[in-house]
Design a protein around this ligand. Structure first.
Ligand code: GDP
Length: 458
């Protein structure tokens, strides 16, 4: 039984020159024929495949809009089904009227991500590529965009496929041993199995290790700027925002009590936590003191701790210093332009030198150094995403870890002398977990969860 024809508005709804309404499924062509009239306002018998045509959308005798329409015949389409895209006027009304008309003519409204879900179910994309589509749409920085584009091209899928091929080889070897022992009631050397599994574990580890960088590239670095009142937190925030393109994200209809401001540092997003608290320097109660610093530091990937060297090092500074021990942090010894009271050695003695930068935020000294240190700290100075496969998706990472653990368990059991049949089960599980990444084996509810993250119309 063929799937129902689905329709949705695929462009963002809002004031815009053009809006796009999209349809996919068997009925697309028929519906299009019923509602479209050409430039002479005549109905048409057919559409040329993948050619845009200029005309009008009509609901019976009422003209709805002047449009361009493209018919794309399956299976060489995004969903592998027949598709129709209608390019009408943007804004709220034209797109909505056309969508309603499609629904009246027999299409049903598409669920979130349903076009891409069909692309996956019909074999045009594997699951990791489908997930890359969400990330591509969500990308806020160049690097996040690059990483998802690579994944869309199949970087993760092909790495996983490589590993799966090696897994099959390993499984074949284990099965050979099992059969051999049954047939000859004798042992076959097991070492080759260990060698093969070592290589696989190495491959998996490399991918798992890339996930940290992957997450940073995808989600940005959650950054806390902490320090006593008046040390220069808000000045730093302003300097960073001024220096770098700020990323504006519109989250419609939500009021957030903590504001997160993001800046784009060479393609990496630095998400500053609680900018409201930092900026609110008028109100001393609200300005960030030690207690609040502690709270925002808890959830941060990176802490930038500022000390005012023109003042004596006091108890509060000490508490701030304690707070950042064993955390990924960068220390700014600020107001370096003023005469110094603080004994900087208290700080130098407690931290490695590469974490400490002497700054004058007022004179914009040391800001570049800070920016470079951030990149160094998180990406080993390397923000290229094109030379390796990066795991940016948490689901993929979790499955890789599970697969790795299963293989490690199998090998451990084998070394303890467990029967090979039991070991084979762990290895099969690992294989299946890898298959879940690309979606060859996947539970329906997991699939629904993934596509629920999509926007409507994609
Ligand atoms: P916050 O309370 O930590 O956010 O501190 P602010 O950024 O509001 O800075 C407090 C005061 O210190 C302001 O008057 C800033 O202009 C000043 N200030 C910040 N950085 C420097 C600096 O490097 N040198 C000097 N001399 N003053 C600074």
């Amino acid at each position: 039984m063929s799937e129902q024809t689905i329709a949705a508005i695929s462009s963002a709804v809002g004031e815009a020159g053009i809006g796009i309404v999209r349809m996919s499924g068997d009925q697309s062509l028929d519906i299009a024929k019923r509602i479209y009239r050409n430039y002479k306002k005549n109905t048409v018998d057919n559409f040329e495949n993948k050619k845009m045509t200029y005309g009008y959308i009509y609901d019976q005798d009422e003209m709805i809009d002047e449009v361009l329409l493209a018919y794309m015949q399956g299976p060489k389409t995004y969903t592998r089904e027949d598709m129709v895209e209608i390019y009408c006027h943007g804004g709220f009304i034209a797109v909505k009227k056309i969508l309603n008309l499609l629904l009246k003519e027999g299409a049903r409204i598409a669920e979130r991500g349903e076009f891409t879900k069909r692309a996956f179910l019909n074999g045009r994309l594997d699951l990791s590529q489908a997930e890359a589509v969400i990330d591509l749409i969500d990308a806020k920085t160049d690097k996040a965009y690059e990483a998802s584009l690579l994944q869309l091209k199949g970087s993760v899928a092909s790495k996983v496929k490589d590993i799966k091929t090696k897994m099959l080889d390993l499984l074949a070897r284990v099965e050979y041993s099992i059969n051999f022992m049954e047939d000859f009631e004798d042992d076959l050397p097991i070492e080759p199995v260990y060698e093969k599994s070592d290589v696989i574990i190495e491959d998996l580890d490399a991918l798992i290790n890339s996930a940290n960088k992957g997450r940073i590239i995808k989600e940005g670095i959650k950054t806390a700027i902490i320090g006593k009142p008046n040390v220069g937190k808000s000045s730093l925030l302003n300097a960073l925002v001024q220096d770098n393109r700020a990323i504006v994200t519109d989250v419609a209809g939500t009021t957030r009590d903590t504001i997160e401001e993001s800046i784009d540092l060479g393609g990496i997003s630095i998400n500053i936590i609680d900018t409201a608290g930092i900026r609110d320097t008028e109100d001393l109660v609200e300005s960030i003191g030690v207690e609040k610093s502690r709270k925002i530091a808890e959830e941060a990937d990176l802490i930038i701790a500022i000390f005012d060297v023109s003042k004596d090092f006091d108890q509060e500074d000490k508490e701030i210093m304690e707070l950042i021990k064993n955390r990924k942090s960068i220390i700014l010894l600020n107001k370096n332009d003023l005469s110094k009271l603080m004994d900087k050695n208290i700080i130098y003695d407690n931290f490695e030198n590469n974490m400490i930068i002497e700054t004058s935020i007022l004179k914009e000294e040391g800001i570049k150094e800070l920016e470079n240190s951030i990149i160094d700290l998180f990406l080993d100075g390397d923000i290229k995403v094109s030379n390796t496969t990066l795991i940016t998706n948490l689901r993929h990472r979790d499955l890789l870890v599970k697969a790795r653990d299963n293989i490690a368990t199998a090998i451990k059991s084998s070394k303890k002398g467990y029967p090979l049949d039991a070991i084979e089960i762990d290895l099969r599980n690992a294989y299946n977990q890898l298959s879940e990444i690309t979606g060859e084996t996947i539970e329906e509810d997991v699939l629904d969860k993934i596509f629920n993250d999509f926007c409507i119309g994609k």
